[in-house]
Design a protein around this ligand. Structure first.
Ligand code: ZN
Length: 219
């Protein structure tokens, strides 16, 4: 294994052995929340623990320090069973970024330093791999039946305002049809919840309420 990260030059190299060969081109970035108490737990007990077999390419701690765990050219194991548009098992085609956070129930906001570091890292990755804002996704977008991270307390606007994630624009059509065409997979409830987590975070009900319908298709 290389003893130095070669991709994002501002990262500290903190290698994980949980990866294998990538067999598809990089086309997505997947954003995660670690949802454990500390960065040390996230790194040592999970992402760099060979017995757990999970990893990500990057982790950003509360102070905005970026750690690189896996080289981008390798396949890190962060997405699990996943699907977006016609693509399945997104570990093959994505770069995974974990952001240290204690979780939705604890309710501590992601820090300003984390957003600044994430913006910088995303800009760099998206330029090098020609990734569009539409292909920067939440773990909860690609595994709607089992994942909620980075959660409703993650502020997507901080990415959207810099063209680092896609804002939602009203799209004509039947709401669920619109969401499925855009990319989400799953049951009606799970798809609506995934949409709400991204674009109506104070309304995650899984119900197609008037406000959700308005937001999706303007009617
Ligand atoms: Zn995740």
């Amino acid at each position: 294994m290389n003893n130095q990260a070669t991709d994002y030059t501002k990262a500290l190299w903190y290698p994980s052995s949980s990866f294998d060969e990538r067999k598809e081109a990089i086309k997505y970035v997947v954003i995660h929340g670690t949802w454990v108490a500390t960065t040390q737990i996230a790194l040592n007990d999970f992402l760099c623990n060979p017995e757990i077999e999970v990893s990500a390419h990057y982790l950003i701690d509360e102070q905005g320090q970026v750690y690189q765990l896996v080289l981008e050219e390798k396949r890190a194991w962060h997405a699990g069973r996943s699907k977006w548009q016609q693509d399945e098992l997104l570990n093959h085609s994505s770069i995974g970024i974990e952001i240290q956070n204690k979780g939705e129930e604890v309710g501590e906001p992601y820090t300003e330093a984390q957003y600044i570091a994430l913006q910088d890292l995303l800009k760099d990755i998206m330029l090098r791999h020609h990734i569009s804002p539409e292909h920067v996704l939440a773990h909860s977008d690609i595994a709607t039946d089992r994942k909620e991270d980075p959660g409703t307390h993650f502020n997507w606007k901080k990415l959207e305002d810099h063209a680092l994630a896609a804002p939602w624009h009203v799209k004509a059509g039947e709401p669920l049809e619109v969401l499925r065409t855009y990319g989400w997979h799953g049951t009606d409830t799970d798809i609506i919840k995934a949409f709400q987590r991204r674009y109506l975070p104070e309304k995650v009900s899984g119900e197609l309420c008037t406000e959700t319908r308005q937001k999706i298709c303007g009617a």
